[in-house]
Design a binder for this molecule. Structure first.
Ligand code: GNR
Ligand code: NI
Length: 172
């Protein structure tokens, strides 16, 4: 397996930046391999380049079940092009907010246009967990985190708890 990368935690400014378009280059292919290794090691079901310190519109994900064969997907410049009217609520977590989980309502189905690692145009339609993951990762490319969908009270509670948890970890 490829080498892993350190994951940035809130409040790293990179997590609030807008990421730049990427081209299908060898560097981006190498980065996507390292991101997949980082995501699987975490473990997580998705990872966006800003979470590993690269302000690029690059996402990796794998929502396959634990007992199923791996199904890595790499998306360059993903964009949501259609969403269902119906919403689904599920509990989300984020590798950049370790230990924090909250219910988030999002469109149940999304269609996403992106480029593959060879630069080819692709589309993927996802529902359920895949839809939530696609939207969560694309949000990262725009500096948006799942806690932004919570009430300010709940968000601030999370942020204070996270700061405390991370300080405790540093001081240990
Ligand atoms: O591992 C992750 N799980 C998850 C669960 C529900 C909705 C979205 C996600 S993505 C998250 C990994 C992550 O932080 N990706 O940016
Ligand atoms: Ni995340």
């Amino acid at each position: 397996m490829s080498e892993t990368m350190p994951i940035l935690y809130v409040p790293a400014p990179m997590l609030r930046a807008r990421a730049r378009l990427v081209e299908a280059t060898d560097d981006v292919r190498a980065l996507s391999e390292k991101m997949l290794a980082t995501m699987y090691a975490a473990p997580g079901i998705g990872l966006a380049a800003p979470q590993v310190g690269e302000a690029l519109r690059l996402v990796v994900l794998d929502v396959s079940a634990k007992d199923a064969p791996p199904n890595p997907v790499i998306l360059l410049n993903p964009e949501v092009v259609a969403v269902s009217e119906d919403l689904a609520t599920r509990e989300e977590g984020c590798l950049s907010l370790p230990g924090m989980y909250a219910d988030v309502a999002r469109p149940h189905v999304v269609r996403v246009r992106y480029q593959g690692l060879d630069g080819s145009k692709q589309e993927i339609e996802g529902e359920g967990l895949l839809a939530a993951c696609l939207q969560h990762e694309i949000d990262h490319l725009n500096g948006v985190l799942f806690i932004d969908y919570l009430s300010p009270l709940k968000r601030n509670m999370f942020l204070r708890k996270l700061a405390k948890d991370l300080k405790r970890e540093r001081d240990q």
